[in-house]
Write a new protein. Structure first.
Ligand SMILES: NC(=O)c1ccc[n+]([C@@H]2O[C@H](COP(=O)([O-])OP(=O)(O)OC[C@H]3O[C@@H](n4cnc5c(N)ncnc54)[C@H](OP(=O)(O)O)[C@@H]3O)[C@@H](O)[C@H]2O)c1
Length: 291
């Protein structure tokens, strides 16, 4: 299969580029962060996007490119609209001549704000959530689209993930406050990659939650991660997100019910513990390989 991965210079895109390259013909794109083997593409430019699609004629596009800085999405709503909505519009317009191309739109759990949200429970409360939800509506105008709402952690090749940040902070004994009132259900990057792999080999379409089956607080996540990696996190403080000084409002419960996706893929739901275990195993392999 020929797969285009937009945002292959980013956290998720770089992981997917490596993952899919072993089995498929993969074209990864970057915008400002030039990376070896990736091709430049500014998705804010319609004619560039149309030319790129008609040159490469992909079977699948995995659209990860976005403005992911939640505060910046509020302070620069125009840029958030350009990157989270217009880029999707340009891809769907470019795909008008290629209706059978599969569009996988990567979206976020930040479109929710209650426990175990199902796909119909959207309630975005900041510019990031609103623009990502608008991007989904646009993506679904293409006849062959799957929207995956997700949250993930793992080893970031080009950009640190939430778990990278916790590991770095705890390892260097920097002060850290763990929120016990913000909940989510993240997937390990390899689990999300496997879900994407299954998704592109089925005829699934529509909107799906792609999270682990467990709802955990950020505090519980950090402690489980530290325990799995045998890091001492006992010195960390506990706090409330309500006390944090953040520009944009954040949802306090982004946990998802992902049953619809697991049923459709005939997949046993992923647990948080299995993802963290795999992360620890991968770390040992990476450490061993680099020593
Ligand atoms: N990170 C998370 O924890 C998280 C959680 C839930 C959902 N998501 C979703 O997952 C997806 C990937 O997130 P991420 O954290 O991996 O993103 P990221 O690391 O912030 O990367 C964003 C990507 O977008 C590219 N990009 C920016 N402007 C562009 C433009 N004009 N044209 C083409 N590409 C452009 C960037 O390219 P350059 O760097 O080369 O400029 C970069 O590769 C996003 O859709 C996000 O909403 C992320």
């Amino acid at each position: 299969m020929k797969i285009i991965i937009t945002g292959a210079s980013g956290l998720l895109g770089s992981h997917l580029y490596t993952f899919f390259s072993s089995q498929h013909s993969v074209i990864g794109t970057f915008h400002s962060q030039e990376k070896k083997a990736l091709l430049p593409l500014n998705l804010c430019n319609l004619s560039d996007t149309q030319a790129f699609i008609s040159t490469h004629k992909p079977d699948v596009i995995i659209h990860t490119a976005a403005l992911t800085n939640v505060d910046q999405c509020n302070t620069d709503l125009d840029l958030a609209y350009q990157l989270n909505v217009q880029t999707v519009k340009h891809l769907t317009l470019a795909l008008q001549s290629y209706p059978s191309t599969r569009l996988i739109q990567i979206s976020t759990d930040q479109v929710y704000n209650k426990a175990y949200s199902k796909e119909e429970d959207t309630f975005p409360i900041n510019g990031y959530g609103i623009t990502k939800l608008l991007g989904e509506y646009i993506a679904l105008q293409h006849p062959n689209t799957v929207v995956l709402r997700t949250n993930f952690y793992g080893w970031g090749q080009n950009k640190p993930s939430f778990s990278d940040w916790i590991i770095k902070t705890v390892t260097s004994r920097q002060p850290i406050t763990l929120f016990d009132d913000v909940f989510f259900s993240p997937l390990y990057l390899s689990q999300l990659s496997h879900i994407l792999d299954l998704t592109i080999s089925t005829s699934l379409s529509g909107v799906y939650n792609a999270g682990s089956q467990d709802r955990v607080s950020k505090k519980e996540f950090a402690i489980s991660l530290a325990n799995e990696l045998k890091l001492d996190i006992s010195y960390a403080g506990t706090g409330s997100a309500k006390m944090a000084n953040m520009t944009a409002k954040r949802p306090t419960d982004m946990s998802m019910d992902s049953g619809k996706l697991y049923n459709a893929l005939h997949l046993m739901p992923y647990t948080l513990q299995s993802g963290l275990r795999q992360l620890a195993i991968d770390q040992e392999v990476i450490t061993h390989a680099t020593n």
